[in-house]
Design a protein around this ligand. Structure first.
Ligand code: ADP
Length: 866
């Protein structure tokens, strides 16, 4: 059975069954194939037939194919009958009968009635058997099937006989005889005569019985129905034995036995063997009697053993079949469960992906919309701010004029009030504009190198003056502080201005406030720490959480009547974040507040600019003789110059990569690279071309001196030299440079000259700087780094060279160019203050005004006035 079960075709069809393929025709084909297979196997492997029929049954049921269901039931019941499981078979036949629809299904119905008759006969329920055979006969009659009718008449005659209804039996046999006269059928003829024989024998008419048995034997012999012939001969033998005609009986039994042997019918062999033994015994031939009886007994025993073994193996098969059925059911269940789970997972994944796509799209959409809204807001603010600022400046200008003219203290007071409020309004607009720019990511930091100490001194002065008006003390404490560094003046102005303004605003008169500024190191990077403190009203814990929110204002009843819009701290936080710093607040009601801002600080690189920033003069000494080098070094250091040294031209060139000296003193003859080659390099590099060079050489021939000067040396001093002469020469060269700076400075202060005129007289390097600055004037993000890049020079050399040439750092010079251009534009009335400020690269008008006033001593708004 296992062999059959694992047959690939069976597995294929079973798989088809389990897979529940949606295609109906494919399933019908699969069921038909299963049924064919079941039918083929039913003779030898009834168990497999049952299994296959079950699968076909469920497949057909799922498909609603009634015909195939009936067929599957028949196959199963047939196999069950084979296995002797009559009750189950009967139950299935009844089920099948319910599905059958006459007359279409008459053949099936007839088959089932016949099977039921047969099964009930086996169960010795003759009445039921008679009933089903009768029904079967009726169906066959209806179908006009004479052969079928004949079979059922014969069956019925047998049943009637068993029920002792002999007349009925004879009646049925006569009927059969009638059919056979019309149509010969040796099989049925033999059956008819045999049944007649049995009937006569049973009713005690042995002579007639003998005649019919012989007739039957003859008919079956004629038709070569051997097993039937054997039956007729056996019946006849039994009859003769009953009549004590032992010899006749013996010969008939022997004939019957030989057929049984030929057909391998073992049960029949046992019966005939036993009978033959008895006959021999009756005839007194004990030896033969013993042999036949002995053979029959041992064959009977072995058959019994075989039957028992067959029964055991049947039980075993059934058990395994049941197991297989369960495994298949489990597999089906598991497959279905896995399918459901898979489906579930797929649905969930699809939903999740779908959801993610929606969320992502929504997020992108929101971001885009927000960016558009912020940009629109920024443009709107920009426009509105400009619209408000212009009339404001038109109000401020006459107020200022009136302030100057007015001598009446009362009137002056009124005008001061007007001026203060205009300024406040202006600041508010600037702050809102800044915030909207930050929101739209349009705000650009503008870091430049500058004097930190001077800057904070300016802040201190402003705050102190502001505090004084309110009768408050304001202290600025600067600790551990470098003089110069890179910082965004404008942003820092806004941060400190707001924090210090709040400290003064929210502290009652008589109180104290101040700023503590220090530079600390964090992970080896300098940080600027600005703490703005006050002894004012303080801030509650709940307010502390929200004061940085836009438009949030704490409860004004806390003891101060300060007005505001609630945007100052919000702007401060945005700027601090933009500058990659942080802000913290410590405060409690009644105990004042401390706002601490920490910002990363970039100090100027030490090497190149340090001596310049310190005002030190840097001298590069190039000399291969160590004694002369040491002597000259101490000589120059005695003059408070800072000295760096190099052993030859190559070493000096390497030094020049990092340091930019104010003057170079070099020997001519040196191992490695000589002084002339160094001189050529100095003159050909943009960074060093301006540096004065003094040649100090033992080669004093006129030719050498001429070559030196021709290559660009300022002075040729022959060795041995008088130390004072060297010092005097160095001084004179430095004085020339200084004069140049002064000339430039004074030219710069000459208000009569235009910018172009002022720069026209300078060296080519400064002129190039001027041209680039003018070209990029509107770019508020133009930094020293960018300018150095445009000038093809490294930033530190650029700083130092500009300072040496002009006396100004590049950022100072850039600011001067911006402001002078602004002044020129205002004078020529080429725009209002705001427009001009923006055209000259200032992002904040207040910062522009501050710088403007610092440089020219009056506000930009009055610049255009006659
Ligand atoms: P404004 O001052 O215009 O109201 P700010 O954003 O500058 O807006 O400040 C928000 C709030 O934080 C203020 O309304 C005030 O209540 C509180 N605040 C700010 N600085 C201080 C301070 N130094 N002392 C007490 N409260 C302060």
């Amino acid at each position: 059975m296992n062999r059959v079960f694992w047959n690939p075709r069976v597995i294929f069809f079973l798989l088809l069954t389990f897979a529940g393929l949606p295609c109906a025709t494919a399933q019908d084909d699969a069921t038909a194939a299963l049924l064919d297979r079941a039918h083929h196997l039913s003779a030898s492997f009834p168990d497999s037939t049952i299994l296959l029929a079950d699968s076909a049954l469920s497949l057909a049921a799922a498909q609603g194919n009634v015909k195939q269901r009936i067929r599957a039931m028949e196959e199963k019941a047939y196999a069950l009958t084979d296995l002797g499981r009559s009750e189950e078979a009967i139950a299935i036949y009844f089920e099948a009968l319910k599905l059958c629809r006459p007359p279409g299904d008459n053949r099936q119905i007839a088959f089932i009635y016949n099977q039921l008759g047969y099964l009930y006969l086996g169960e010795n329920d003759y009445a039921a058997a008679k009933n089903y055979y009768t029904l079967d006969l009726a169906v066959h009659r209806q179908m006009g099937d004479e052969k079928g009718c004949g079979n059922q008449l014969l069956n019925l005659a047998g049943v009637h006989r068993l029920l002792h209804e002999y007349d009925s039996a004879v009646f049925r046999l006569n009927e059969l005889e009638g059919i056979l006269t019309l149509k010969r059928d040796t099989l049925l003829e033999g059956g008819l005569y045999n049944e007649k024989g049995i009937l006569f024998q049973t009713t005690g008419v042995p002579d007639s019985a003998r005649v019919y048995y012989k007739e039957a034997a003859q008919a079956w012999a004629l038709g070569h129905y051997d097993s039937q012939l054997m039956r007729a001969l056996f019946n006849l033998a039994d009859l003769e034995a009953g009549q004590k005609r032992t010899e006749e009986a013996l010969s008939l039994y022997l004939e019957s036995d030989s057929i049984a042997r030929k057909l391998h019918l073992f049960h029949e062999q046992v019966l005939t063997g036993k009978k033959i033994g008895e006959m021999y015994a009756a005839m007194g031939n004990t030896a033969l009697a013993y042999r036949y009886l002995q053979d029959a007994a041992s064959l009977g025993d072995s058959l019994k053993i075989k039957d028992d073994a067959a029964f055991a193996s049947r039980l075993d098969r059934e058990f395994r079949m049941e197991q297989n059925r369960r495994t298949i059911q489990d597999q089906q269940l598991r497959i279905r469960r896995e399918e459901t789970r898979l489906l579930f997972v797929i649905i969930i994944s699809v939903c999740a992906v779908f959801l993610l796509v929606i969320v992502f799209t929504w997020y992108r959409f929101r971001q885009r919309v927000r960016a558009q809204v912020e940009a629109a807001k920024a443009t709107f603010f920009d426009n509105v701010a400009h619209e408000i600022r212009t009339p404001l400046s038109m109000i401020l200008a006459p107020v200022k004029v009136l302030q100057k003219k007015s001598s009446d203290p009362d009137e002056k007071k009124q005008l001061d009030l007007a001026e203060r409020n205009i300024t406040r309004l202006n600041e508010l607009i600037t702050q809102m504009l800044d915030i909207s720019k930050i929101d739209a990511a349009h705000y650009r930091l503008n870091e430049s190198y500058g004097d930190l100490q001077a800057y904070f001194a300016g802040i201190a002065a402003t705050c102190e003056a502001q505090a004084k008006e309110k009768n408050m003390k304001f202290t600025v404490n600067v600790e551990n502080f470098p003089s110069h560094g890179f910082f965004d003046h404008d942003a820092l102005d806004k941060i400190i201005g707001n924090l210090a303004g709040n400290a003064i605003k929210y502290t009652p008169p008589g109180g104290e406030a101040g700023i503590d500024i220090s530079v600390t190191q964090k992970d080896a990077h300098p940080e600027l720490s600005i703490s703005v403190w006050d002894t004012g009203a303080g801030i509650s814990a709940a307010d502390k959480e929200r004061i940085f929110d836009r438009f949030y204002r704490a409860d004004p009843k806390r003891g101060t009547d300060a007005r505001g819009a609630g945007i100052g701290l919000s702007l401060v936080r945005e700027l601090v974040t933009l500058m990659k710093g942080k802000i913290e607040v410590e405060s409690s009601p009644g105990n004042g507040s401390v706002f601490t801002v920490t910002l990363p600080l970039r100090l100027a690189e030490k090497n190149a600019s340090s001596s310049a920033e310190n005002g030190e003069t840097l001298v590069l000494l190039v000399e291969d003789d160590s004694d002369i080098l040491a002597f000259n070094r101490s000589l120059l250091e005695g003059e408070t110059y800072k000295v760096i040294t190099a052993g030859d031209g190559a070493e000096a060139a390497a030094v020049l990569e990092k340091e930019l000296p104010d003057i170079i003193i070099t020997d001519l003859m040196m191992p490695g690279r000589d002084g002339l080659s160094l001189l050529k390099e100095v003159r050909s590099s943009a960074a060093t071309e301006h540096i004065p060079v003094i040649i100090l050489s033992a080669k004093s021939a006129a030719e050498t001196r001429i070559t030196g000067v021709r290559e660009g040396a300022q002075v040729f001093l022959s060795k041995p030299f008088v130390p004072d002469e060297l010092i005097a020469l160095v001084r004179s060269q430095l004085a020339i440079l200084e004069k140049q700076q002064q000339r430039y400075r004074s030219a710069n202060e000459d208000r009569e000259q235009t910018l172009e005129e002022r720069f026209a007289g300078t060296d080519p390097f400064t002129q190039k700087f001027f041209a680039l600055a003018v070209q990029h004037l509107e770019d508020s993000g133009l930094s020293v780094e960018r300018l150095a890049e445009l000038m093809h020079i490294n930033r530190s050399h650029f700083q130092r060279k500009m300072k040496t040439l002009t006396g100004y750092s590049p950022s100072e010079l850039l600011r001067i160019i911006r402001l002078e251009t602004a002044l020129q534009l205002l004078r020529e009335k080429k725009g209002n203050v705001t427009e001009v400020a923006y055209r000259c690269g200032f992002t904040s008008q207040s910062y522009f005004s501050k710088c403007f006033v610092q440089r020219f001593g009056y506000a930009p708004s009055v610049a255009g006035k006659p």
